[in-house]
Design a binder for this molecule. Structure first.
Ligand code: AMP
Length: 554
């Protein structure tokens, strides 16, 4: 398929804000795509080059993109800046600058979807000396063959900024409509496959029906909602289970005979990083085939006590010297769920049954491979004692779970409720920044925070405290790579970095698009992507709820 056909669709999508129309446009388009290209086309329609779960970074920042566009358009910096300043958008600048170029280069090869995908997928694999030049040449090659509209979308895809308003829900509904399948079935398949491109391809082959769990392929994990307080959480379920909420790293362990896979909550394969988990899973999961989940904590080699998450983070990122890390930062896993056992899928079974099966499957290894602390009670006094104990242990709070509910992959459906102390911090995305002045000159001195809303982020305030000088410096370094646009000392950023923010109060405010502002926001910590990604950031919906609760407290 020619890439220009996709560009036409992007343009149609951009011209409407209505979800239904977007779904209509995409489902019609998908129905015309050849089966062997459907997977890539679906991903590209969502503005993706790789499935989201793979979290691959193309490694082309705004600065490099500027250089590429300049080079392909054959203009100097001043000419480029003139256009860029006027349009304020790299995609539109490329469109305009390449229009002229294109007229001279008529007769060039036309760009295909296959070529786009082939070149772009090579980008994350390029490392070492000369890697910049190689990346530049892969992207230049594409831009040189692109028509001006194509160039604009190509640039936006590479920068991860499509701005065509196509969220996951629209892709799901478009696949459903195109193949005449129920949207929940499409979503279910996505929870098992983690790739809407693949889901579409299988839908086209009529293969979604019998789709089941595959050992070795991660399942999207079930998520929790926040409860306002313990009492409300307890009242929510007829049969609640209470568990300590540990602040660690969630893993999903798959076992098939001696073969073990360890997946992170973001579905990365971290098996190599945790050889001791592999060994324990081999010896202490008494089943030939199973999938279990638990929270991994780093523990002190001396005292055996849990250590802060940062210590564990080092182990997750480590690719070599693993044996030394195993000794330096030992871990413990607290198992809390079972999804699959001996060729039976337990996802639709109630937690009560899953927990019973888990207990009989796990042969505990003291302080290392253990079951999470779990009690079953609806009694407020007992629950309160358990909650206090958790806080006294230095843990975040507790989980209140519905014993009668199924495992709902990928969803916050309110079957699991987190109970934590009130005025909880928010996890917000840094979506913009302002260059500092005076002592902070040369750094981003003020960070624009965003909450999730309708598939994008809306600003809710600026933060300039809670970071040490050193943190400001390293944060600037980190954010510089994410700049999308710069105007008068203010930059717009790719929403990639999530921080945990404490504040005194949520206020109504016309100043920000969200309609709210935070009083005295300060940064508590940076959330590493393994811990919290932008799609896990807090929503405007939740901020509204917190605002109402806060009002209620007077
Ligand atoms: P949050 O990241 O704040 O949305 O809280 C949900 C996370 O808490 C899960 O993804 C787990 O990583 C973690 N967690 C800690 N203890 C438990 C538990 N007992 N059951 C389920 N999740 C837990």
């Amino acid at each position: 398929m020619l890439y220009k056909e996709l560009a036409v669709v992007y343009e149609q999508l951009e011209s409407t804000t209505k979800k239904l129309e977007k779904t209509q446009i995409l489902s019609k388009f998908f129905s015309k795509v050849n089966k062997d290209e459907l997977r890539d086309v679906v991903l590209l329609s969502a503005g993706l080059v790789f499935p989201k779960a793979e979290q691959k970074d193309l490694g082309i920042a705004l600065k490099m993109m500027k250089r590429i566009v300049q080079k392909v358009a054959g203009v100097n910096r001043t000419e480029f800046n003139k256009v860029y300043r006027r349009t304020g958008d790299m995609g539109l600048s490329a469109k305009e600058l390449l229009k002229n170029k294109r007229q001279q280069a008529l007769g060039k090869k036309e760009l295909t979807v296959e070529k786009v995908v082939t070149n772009l997928r090579k980008l994350p694999t390029i490392e070492g000396a000369g890697s910049q030049d190689r990346k530049i040449s892969l992207v230049s090659e594409l831009l040189a063959c692109a028509g001006s509209d194509e160039a604009s979308y190509l640039v936006r895809t590479i920068l991860g900024e499509m701005r065509i308003g196509v969220a996951e829900g629209i892709i799901r509904d478009s696949i459903a409509k195109c193949f005449g399948i129920d949207a929940t079935a499409v979503e279910h398949a996505y929870n098992l496959l983690n790739d809407y491109g693949l889901v579409a391809e299988m839908a086209a082959d009529n293969k979604l029906g019998g789709l089941g769990v595959e050992i070795g392929r991660p399942i999207r994990v079930m998520l929790a909602e926040k409860a306002p307080d313990l009492k409300t959480a307890l009242e929510k379920f007829k049969n609640p289970a209470l568990e300590i909420k540990l602040d660690g790293f969630r893993v999903q362990i798959h076992k098939k005979g001696d073969k073990i896979w360890i997946f992170s909550r973001r579905m990365d394969d971290v098996t190599r990083q945790f050889p001791e988990l592999v060994e324990w899973a081999q010896g202490h999961l008494c089943a030939d085939i199973c999938i279990v989940e638990g929270e991994t904590l780093a523990i002190s080699p001396k005292t055996g006590k849990p250590l802060p998450f940062q210590r564990l983070s080092r182990r997750i990122q480590r690719k070599y010297d693993i044996e030394r890390m195993v000794k330096e930062t030992p871990v413990q896993i607290n198992l809390f769920d079972l999804i699959y056992l001996d060729n039976k899928n337990y996802m639709d079974e109630p937690l009560k049954k899953r927990w019973t099966k888990l207990k009989s499957t796990v042969k505990e290894l003291k302080e290392r491979f253990i079951l999470v602390e779990h009690i079953e009670t609806k009694d407020y006094k007992k629950a309160k004692k358990f909650y206090k104990k958790s806080l006294a242990m230095g843990e975040e709070g507790i989980m209140v779970k519905n014993l009668d509910a199924a495992y709902q992959p990928g969803k916050r459906v309110g079957y699991w409720l987190k109970v934590k102390p009130t005025m909880e911090p928010l996890d917000l995305v840094i979506m913009g920044a302002e260059w500092g002045t005076g002592k902070r000159a040369g750094w981003f001195g003020s960070l624009l925070l965003g909450a999730r809303h309708a598939g994008r982020f809306v600003p809710i305030g600026k933060l300039g405290t809670g970071l040490s000088d050193e943190q400001f410096r390293s944060m600037t370094k980190r954010l510089k790579k994410l700049v999308i646009e710069e105007k008068a000392g203010q930059v717009r950023l790719k929403p990639k970095v999530v921080i945990e923010v404490a504040y005194e109060e949520i206020q109504k405010s016309p100043k920000y698009e969200s309609g709210f502002a935070l009083r005295f926001p300060r940064m508590l910590r940076i959330r590493e992507p393994e811990d919290k990604a932008p799609e896990d950031a807090d929503t405007l919906e939740r901020i509204k709820r917190l605002y109402e609760q806060q009002k209620g407290r007077g």
